[in-house]
Design a protein around this ligand. Structure first.
Ligand SMILES: Cc1cc2nc3c(=O)[nH]c(=O)nc-3n(C[C@H](O)[C@H](O)[C@H](O)COP(=O)(O)OP(=O)(O)OC[C@H]3O[C@@H](n4cnc5c(N)ncnc54)[C@H](O)[C@@H]3O)c2cc1C
Ligand code: FES
Ligand code: FES
Length: 1353
């Protein structure tokens, strides 16, 4: 402990000064910035720069990425960093230059190559993620003009895209990398045209493999970027003066000297030090913490220093994680290898720590001081017993003390021995000694950008040149409210040999020393306990290898097949191919059908110019609405008291069921079994009880929390399917059955009868744009709504109902959506109805865009399903009968669940002909938010059952499941159990192509060999076919309308009933219109979807958007062509413009509506012999190869091959984009994404932090997609087929490949190869299915004493 007594106190703050920073080259000066305001809010609300998007508000999606640039005064260089604007306090921007998407290029001026390339490579679908991804790439190029593919991997760790499947983004941006550029420079054949380096064009067999033309790309010239503002560069005062900004509720201090910082801390011991704000920002936004004093120490030299000492490297506590990683990388290359063992561990941990945007700003001090039990750095620092330098001001004197992390440092949940008035100044990273080894592992739900489930760090020192343990420290995260050490186990290891005998003792001891209560927060009890042992074992293997390399242990002490157990997965560099049919040479070059045209608004999306609902400029007198949500899953409402809320300044009104008649309050998609506002009872957590309207979002949300609701709980609370079955909680009229043949007889006569079951979870839509709505009253009896909905007509109808107006006085408009995936088909009403009501009643515009957590809590998910089946089959594996029960967890209201269940019941046989069927369906009523449509709409769930039973049959008859599939496949002419004849069934062709494309048999043989050679790593390969029926289940919805207006200048405004959700519908409609009218696409524009243009539209759903709207467009075009024909015949050589001009002067109507009704679908078979349930089917086959880590449950998809029959593609780029995006969403559904609920129905997984969708690193290492050629579809527009939903089920190839890999692991241990694996196949489920000597050590808690933290719905 040292004390400096010669200190003269300085005054921390000299004067209040304005905040000064630059945005896109323009100076911003703000005399009164609010310390609670984020940069994102400032950009969007104050500067009206809406290109930067809000996707989550918690640093987890990257939609808000901007670049900040600042001067590094020490080196006089400029640093460019991608950061999350949603967490960055605007006050921290003093002296910085901010660059947003608007600042780098636009369609009106000049596109930046990063904008152009993502658009032209088809990397932007809905576009909501695009500005963030563009800015991540831009920031990378600003600091590294020629990056590697590895740099791209790191750069995109913090960006999510829900639409594209990432492949096209990486392909587009690969053109900036070292790997792409070759020594030929501009003359490179990859830049110049389509030929590969071998000079061969891939045009053989009428196929094409080029979705975009790289030679069209603008060249990237790094010297042309805007310069850093000289005013900021030349004036060191920006970084040298103390600052204070006082806001309404808090004050921001930026001291520049340690003494001032300590003084502030002495005066305000509970003042919040804020460095990266990545912890504090989340607390303020989502936990509503109020910190009156913010202290930003990033200019204090001592907290920013990096210094190498003899035995360590000292990092100031405010040094960012990225800077630490970079510095360590440099030193690791130079220092003797043995000294860097800790550094290498730290770098490995840092690589998987959050995303790059977070690491660019987050500090090590922030991580230590937060003391999260799942922190990544604390276990390694604790195991290293790292030295910390801590300072404070006591009696006017600077007091410095040294604190050791290690035993006793963490004293409780987020608590440590550093006192509130103290400041953590610096951290020592120790150099390791020759005989010291350091290994660390982290296991998370997703490898990149995820917090740990469990992590471990092992620091062992051996007696010189031996394997005898001299000293060992082990630390674990995720096992208690703090980082834990294992002193008792460490003790028994001292003086012992580092060998298998020790492993056994340690494993047993760790199980005892690190117990976990059965109700411990985080759940996954057995898995987490097993991870402790497994991670130790991995460390054991890794250290053995090092000892072997050092010659301390003999080379063969660990069998070779065990060595890969020490490894972790690394993201492979993407390889891919996309094959599609080449248009015929005789097709006119201006005919766009069949060509890979880019998404019509991709360029605007890439520049941030594309407008989404919340980007619509604010009206002058606009108000903001916040929902008041139920906090009980099942309860009577005793009282609602909004008095406190209404007392708040700026609050205008509170709406509840009392503001509506019972009739007005009762709403729903088909059945009016919901309420706009719950009146007497709540049926789930997150149900809307009321709405507060205030001047702005912050006030509205604060006031909403002041609405007091008294409840009387009602029992039972039913959350899971099993609970619903137990309580017979089903919707009226269920179960329903569908029978074909004679099931009892067939089962009786079958050679084998097998009873099985399978279960899969729900899925959050996680469209990047949450539900949003802006409503404006017009006159006193009209409403105009802008709404992020897939179903404008439904919104129009229900708004009209709620405010008791006829539909002709309500207009609903949707320009584009930032994704929907079914989630905005029926559930948009939750927000749109209160917003419309409030604006109508108050006579003022009202807006709301839900926060991510609100959206996730209220809008429901994909339906979880349970299937129980009894299947009868012959000795050869021919299925003769199946009796199956399908249970869907519908949540509390019916919504579309009846239809989802029906599709599941219709798809449960997938591609297999089963002559005798009894299928029963139960819509389970539970106390969850109402589950709803989600891409696939019950189809993937049904087919999941089919793939289980086909594999069960193959296992039991002892045949290859590929052969069993073949003998059971439907043939053309077969009739399904809902009596639809299969007119054309190309599944064999898809399968043969896919087997060949994927080299299935070759890979399968290699996998057998791999599995033989690897004890702890196993691979699996799996093939899955799919058959998806195209049509709405509700027959009346199979209709569409269109309106075409041709203006006198020849330009065409096209309107149709479909909404652009990112799926490229508008692009395809423009293509259809262009071919039908014989004009270039450039003459055609679609502005929006609006109920006053095309009435009574169907939702944009069921994959039929192009089919039905395309035909309506053709109908309108035909009318116009008929009218124009005489003019064209009279002037055959005139131009389009001339024809239109003549038509106008001849007073020919240049406006036509079109209509389409899907023929035969839903007709009565007695009246129409062609009557059918589905218009046709879309088929495909996929193969995936996956490798798993049996010790942790981690996995990597090594390759995926898909062959889809989508008829004659209207636009192969869009269709392949849909296939890849659907595959990744399906992969998320079956493998990664897990909804986590409390037993009381509270959703824990309310944001990207807890709910993990696939990221860039999760795409298959090799990802190949082929479209079946020569397969035109006679039943849809221009011979195409629907594509949106059908490929999603192919994501299950990863699930079944994982199951194969687990089977291999189990077979090796002599365990049964028949085991249950629920979807999603999370790391926890994979690990626990790979039973071994370590999992056997974990005792399962008795079920009656088990009070779980979470339940599976
Ligand atoms: C999207 C996202 C992903 C994340 N992923 C991970 C992850 O993978 N692994 C992981 O471990 N964490 C993760 N985190 C947590 C967080 O990023 C880290 O804890 C980070 O290191 C915090 O640093 P900061 O500078 O942003 O802290 P801040 O939010 O600025 O501060 C955090 C706390 O530390 C205190 N503090 C900071 N510096 C000092 C000091 N010098 N002296 C005393 N007190 C101080 C602050 O007062 C505050 O209480 C994630 C967070 C987000 C938002
Ligand atoms: S909005 Fe900032 S990361 Fe999601
Ligand atoms: S395009 Fe990425 S989220 Fe839609």
């Amino acid at each position: 402990m040292t004390t400096n007594s010669n200190v003269v106190l300085s005054v921390p703050v000299e004067k209040e000064s304005p905040l000064i920073f630059f945005v896109n080259g323009k100076k911003v000066t703000d005399a009164e910035p609010d310390p609670e305001c984020t940069l994102l809010t400032y950009l969007r609300d104050k500067l009206r720069l809406c290109g930067t998007k809000l996707g989550c508000g918690e640093g987890g999606c990257g939609a808000c990425t901007v670049m900040i640039s600042r001067v590094d005064r020490a080196t006089n260089s400029i640093k460019h960093l991608a950061v999350n604007a949603c967490l960055m306090p605007v006050c921290a921007m003093h002296g910085c230059a901010v660059t947003t998407i608007e600042g780098i290029g636009s369609t009106r001026t000049r596109l930046h190559p990063v904008q152009e390339r993502i658009a032209k490579s088809h990397g932007s679908q809905c576009g909501f993620c695009t500005p963030g991804i563009v800015m991540s790439m831009y920031a990378l190029l600003r600091s590294m003009p020629l990056p590697s593919m590895k740099d791209l991997e790191v750069t995109f760790q913090g960006n999510l895209c829900r639409c594209t499947g990432y492949r096209p983004i990486l392909e587009g941006y690969k053109t900036f990398t070292k790997e792409f550029s070759c020594s030929m420079g501009d003359k490179c054949c990859k830049v110049n045209g389509n030929k590969g380096c071998n000079g061969a064009e891939s045009e053989q067999n009428g196929v094409n493999d080029q979705l975009f033309e790289k030679s069209e790309f603008l060249p990237f010239d790094p010297s042309q970027e805007p310069i850093f503002p000289p005013e900021l560069h030349l004036n060191p005062q920006f970084d040298a003066v103390n600052l204070v900004f006082t806001g309404p509720r808090s004050t921001w201090y930026r001291p520049v000297e340690l003494l001032d910082l300590l003084k502030l801390k002495a005066e305000h011991p509970h003042g919040k030090i804020i460095v990266g704000n990545t912890e504090v920002g989340v607390e303020m936004k989502f936990k509503q913490f109020l910190y009156p004093v913010h202290i930003n120490p990033i200019k204090v030299p001592e907290l920013n220093e990096i210094r190498e000492l003899e035995d360590s490297i000292l990092f100031g506590s405010a040094v960012t994680l990225m800077d630490i990683e970079e510095y360590l990388r440099g030193r690791t290359e130079k220092l003797p290898r043995h000294q860097t063992r800790f550094f290498r561990c730290a770098m490995k941990m840092l690589h998987y720590f959050a995303g790059k945007q977070i690491r660019n700003v987050a500090s090590l001090g922030g991580n230590i001081m937060t003391g999260s039990p799942i922190s990544d750095m604390n276990p390694i620092l604790t195991a290293a017993c790292a030295k910390l330098k801590v300072c404070s001001l006591v009696d006017g004197k600077v007091h410095t003390r040294e604190v050791r992390m290690g035993p006793g440092f963490f004293t409780g949940y987020r608590k440590n021995t550093i006192l509130p008035h103290e400041v953590l100044v610096a951290i020592h990273f120790p150099k390791t000694s020759k005989d010291q080894y350091f290994v660390a592992y982290k296991q998370a739900r997703r490898r990149d950008d995820d917090i740990a489930i469990v992590n471990a760090a092992i620091n062992v020192t051996f007696e010189p040149n031996t394997n005898i343990v001299q000293e060992i420290y082990m630390a674990f995260g995720g096992m208690a409210p703090t980082t834990l050490m294992a002193p008792a186990t460490s003790k028994i290891m001292v003086k012992q040999k580092w060998d298998r005998v020790l492993v056994e003792r340690v494993a047993e001891s760790l199980c005892v020393e690190l117990p976990l209560a059965s109700s411990a927060p985080g759940g996954m009890i057995a898995y987490r306990r097993s991870l402790v042992v497994s991670l130790f074992f991995k460390a054991f293997l890794a250290i053995c290898q090092e000892l072997m390399q050092a010659g301390v242990l003999e080379a063969n002490v660990i069998p070779e097949r065990e060595l890969s157990g020490a490894e972790t997965f690394h993201t492979p560099i993407l390889k891919s191919a996309q094959i599609f049919e080449r248009v015929r040479s005789e097709q006119s070059t201006c005919d766009p059908i069949g060509r890979p045209k880019i998404h019509a608004s991709a360029l605007k999306q890439a520049t941030g110019e594309a407008i989404y609902c919340d980007d619509i400029p604010r009206h002058e007198n606009e108000l903001y609405l916040a929902l008041v949500l139920s906090t009980k899953a099942h309860a009577n409402i005793i009282s609602i008291d909004a008095t406190d809320a209404l007392r708040q300044p700026g609050v205008h009104a509170f709406f509840s069921s009392k503001d509506l008649t019972q009739h007005e309050n009762e709403v729903g998609t088909v059945f009016h079994d919901e309420e706009v506002f719950a009146s007497k009872k709540v049926n789930c957590q997150g149900q809307v009880v009321g709405a507060i309207v205030a001047d702005n979002q912050v006030l509205a949300q604060r006031a909403a929390r002041l609405v007091h609701i008294k409840y009387e709980e009602v029992y039972p609370v039913i959350i899971t399917i099993e609970q619903a079955i137990e309580h017979k909680s089903y919707f009226p009229n269920y179960p329903q059955f569908n029978e074909k043949g004679n099931i009892d007889k067939a089962l009786k006569e079958a050679d084998h009868v097998y009873e099985g079951s399978c279960r899969m979870g729900g899925q959050e839509h996680f469209y990047l744009e949450t539900n949003a709505c802006v409503s404006t009253p017009r006159d006193n009896d009209e409403i105009e709504l802008f709404c992020s909905t897939q179903n404008p007509s439904e919104i129009q109808k229900l708004v009209a109902h709620v405010v008791s107006l006829p539909c002709h006085r309500v207009v609903c408009r949707s320009k584009r959506l930032g994704g929907g995936f079914g989630g905005k088909e029926s559930r948009s009403i939750i927000l749109a109805l209160p917003v419309a009501l409030a604006s109508y009643r108050l006579g003022r515009p009202v807006r709301c865009m839900l926060d991510r957590d609100e959206d996730m809590m209220t809008t429901g998910t994909r339906h979880p399903f349970l299937f129980k089946y009894k299947v009868g089959f012959t000795k050869e594996g021919l299925i003769t009968a199946c009796n199956i029960e399908c249970y869907a967890n519908a949540g509390w209201s019916m919504d579309l669940s009846f239809s989802v269940l029906e599709r599941a019941m219709n798809h449960f046989e997938n591609c297999y002909r089963i002559p005798n069927i009894k299928v029963g369906g139960w819509v389970c009523k539970t106390n969850l938010p109402s589950n709803t449509a989600f891409r696939g709409f019950g189809g993937p769930q049904g087919m999941f059952a089919a793939e289980h039973l086909i594999r069960d049959v193959a296992r039991i008859v002892g045949k290859d499941y590929i052969d069993v599939m073949r003998i059971n496949f439907y043939k053309t002419g077969d009739i399904t159990h809902y009596n639809q004849r299969l007119e054309d069934f190309p599944i064999e062709r898809c399968m043969n192509d896919c087997l060949e494309q994927s080299k299935f048999h070759e890979k399968r043989a290699q996998i057998v060999e791999f599995n033989r050679k690897n004890r702890w790593r196993k691979r699996g390969i799996s093939l899955v076919p799919t058959k998806y029926g195209i049509a709405f289940g509700a027959m009346h919805l199979n209709q569409a309308g269109a309106l075409i207006n041709i203006y006198a200048d020849g330009s065409v405004l096209l309107s149709h009933g479909g909404v652009e959700i990112g799926q490229g519908l508008h692009t395809k409609m423009i293509q259809c219109c262009a071919r039908a009218l014989g004009i270039p696409t450039e003459l055609i524009h679609i502005s929006e979807t609006a109920t006053d243009k095309v009435p009574n539209t169907s939702p944009t759903a069921a994959s039929v958007g192009s089919d039905i709207n395309g035909m309506a467009v053709l109908d309108a075009c035909e009318k116009l062509n008929r009218r124009l024909r005489p003019i064209k015949e009279a002037h055959p050589n005139a131009s389009w413009h001339a024809w239109i001009n003549k038509a106008y002067f001849q007073r020919i109507s240049l406006s036509a509506s079109g209509f389409y009704k899907m023929p035969d679908v839903g007709d009565d078979p007695a009246k129409n012999p062609n009557a059918r349930t589905y218009n046709y089917y879309t088929n495909g086959v996929g193969v995936s190869v996956v490798e798993i880590d049996c010790l942790t449950g981690d996995h990597q998809v090594l390759s995926t091959d898909i062959v889809m029959d989508i008829g004659s593609s209207l636009n192969p780029a869009i269709d392949i984009g849909q296939i890849e995006g659907a595959f990744m969403q399906g992969y998320g559904l079956f493998v990664l994404e897990e909804l986590i609920y409390s037993p009381q129905g509270a959703l824990y997984s309310r944001g990207p932090g807890m709910y993990k969708l696939p990221g860039f690193a999760d795409i298959p290492g090799e990802f190949n997609v082929s479209l079946l050629t020569g397969a035109p579809n006679p039943r849809a527009v221009y011979s195409s087929k629907a594509v949106g939903e059908p490929p999603l089920f192919i994501g299950s190839t990863a699930f079944f490949a994982i199951k194969e890999a687990i089977t291999a692991a189990r077979a090796e241990r002599g365990l049964s190869v028949h085991f249950q694996l629920e979807a999603p196949a999370t790391a926890a489920r994979i690990r626990m299915a790979c039973q071994d000597e370590f999992t056997e050590l974990i005792d399962q808690p008795p079920t009656d004493a088990h009070k779980p933290w979470n339940v599976v719905p």
